[in-house]
Design a protein around this ligand. Structure first.
Ligand SMILES: Cc1ncc(COP(=O)(O)O)c(C=O)c1O
Length: 401
């Protein structure tokens, strides 16, 4: 199911614990990419080509399929390059409507993709950038929302699940509270980390836009999904101009296409769109409750085994979350060095550093960490291996150059 798990390594088997960065790809995704590139290899919007009409049809049907996947009763879907692009599109697409009287609210545990655009926008427009109060685990403190949301708040943007501490925000309760205070606010949710683990039900969330990336959900690279309500799609100005997003142009002006086409200038990532379509058919067959259950069991197994170690040298910042992220440090060893040890000696792939969420340090009092992320293709054996590496104290510093 996941050929890519058997990458070249000493014993031909790696322990992949870096799904937070990118998940392994399902074989059916890899096969579909190859199929598209070898069988169709065409560009869109060529009315006379049979292959071109095939992919045109895939794209249009896929918009509907994505909406079904998200249980979205309205709105539309634009295909972009990733969550980063989609979040930038949401931010800069309204810059002309933002001025110094406006306020924008985010959290300090956002990924840079949902932080930097807002810093830039508020610097440019002189609007105010506010931050939600957070619980110790990085989730939004619902009872304090009233302190940061007011009649001047124009946009709120936050992650469903943060990419560091990995706790889940109660989006419905947060949105209800925001709407109670000011119903006009535009609410964006970054679902990059949650999309493959939790069922997103837009019928349950009264939000204006969500974003996610296909490569974090066993799918292809280079494809991001922006779902937004029609009224917002109409208001947003596209970040990129070019072929495919205009209906008319003369020497001094142009007329933009309707949404979602106005967000899709240039050649789209067609092989990824083709394989993503197959991926969503796979998601239709599986049940998110079973995914949740399996991943939670894995995490519980890790917690049990880790507690048996009783080793104070290993600090885990999110042991009590029942999500897939394990964020940790080892006393006396830099996070980078420990991640190198894990990979060199045990072929365990993790990630060390600031995870593009530099403000998380305010919560955990450490600039860098190691992140291991569990996923459906992991097993108890992978956890046993991590625990074995934790026990192998004498080798922890052997790989420091
Ligand atoms: C919470 C979150 N948002 C946004 C992104 C950016 O996603 P991409 O790199 O696919 O654009 C990431 C990537 O790690 C993420 O974890």
């Amino acid at each position: 199911m996941f050929k890519s798990l058997f990458q070249k390594s000493k014993n031909n088997k790696i322990t992949y614990l870096d799904s937070g960065a990118t998940s392994m790809k399902l074989d059916l995704v890899v096969d579909a990419e190859i199929e598209f590139l070898t069988k169709f290899n065409t560009n869109t919007h060529n009315e006379v080509s049979e292959n071109s009409s095939i992919i045109n049809e895939v794209i249009e049907k896929l918009r509907v399929k994505v909406k079904e996947f998200l249980n979205a009763k309205d709105g539309n879907v634009a295909f972009v390059s990733g969550s980063t692009f989609a979040l930038n599109q949401l931010a800069f697409g309204l810059i002309d409507e933002i001025d110094s009287k406006d306020e924008i609210v985010i959290t300090s545990v956002e990924h840079s993709a949902n932080l930097l655009p807002w810093i830039e926008i508020t610097n440019k427009t002189k609007a105010k950038l506010n931050y939600f109060d957070l619980n110790d685990n990085g989730t939004i403190k619902i009872e304090n929302i009233k302190n940061v949301i007011n009649k001047n708040t124009k946009i709120v943007s936050f992650a469903h699940i943060s990419n560091t501490l990995g706790y889940e925000n109660n989006v419905k309760a947060i949105v209800d509270e925001i709407r109670r205070i000011n119903p006009k606010i535009l609410i964006y949710v970054d679902c990059a980390q949650s999309i493959s683990h939790t069922k997103i039900d837009l019928n349950d969330w009264d939000v204006d836009a969500i974003v996610f990336s296909a490569h974090k959900m066993y799918g292809p690279f280079g494809l991001g999904i922006l779902w937004a309500k029609d009224a917002l799609l109409d208001r947003l100005k596209p970040l990129v101009l070019g072929g495919g997003n205009i209906v008319n142009v003369d020497k001094n002006s142009y007329l933009l296409s309707e949404p979602p086409y106005k967000f899709e200038a240039g050649t789209m990532n067609l092989s990824s769109i083709y394989s993503f379509d197959k991926l969503l058919s796979w998601y239709k067959l599986i049940d998110f409750n079973s995914i949740n259950k399996y991943e939670k069991e894995l995490k519980e197994y890790f917690v049990t085994e880790f507690k048996k170690l009783n080793d104070e040298n290993i600090i885990i910042y999110n042991l009590d979350n029942n999500q897939v992220s394990i964020l940790f440090n080892v006393k006396g060893v830099s996070s980078q060095d420990f991640a190198i040890f894990l990979e060199k000696k045990y072929q365990i792939i993790t990630r060390a550093g600031q995870h593009c969420a530099q403000l998380t340090k305010e919560l955990i009092n450490s600039k860098t960490t190691i992140r291991a992320t569990l996923s459906i293709f992991n097993t108890r054996k992978d956890i046993d291996k991590l625990i074995e590496a934790f026990k192998d104290k004498n080798s922890w510093t052997d790989y420091i150059f």
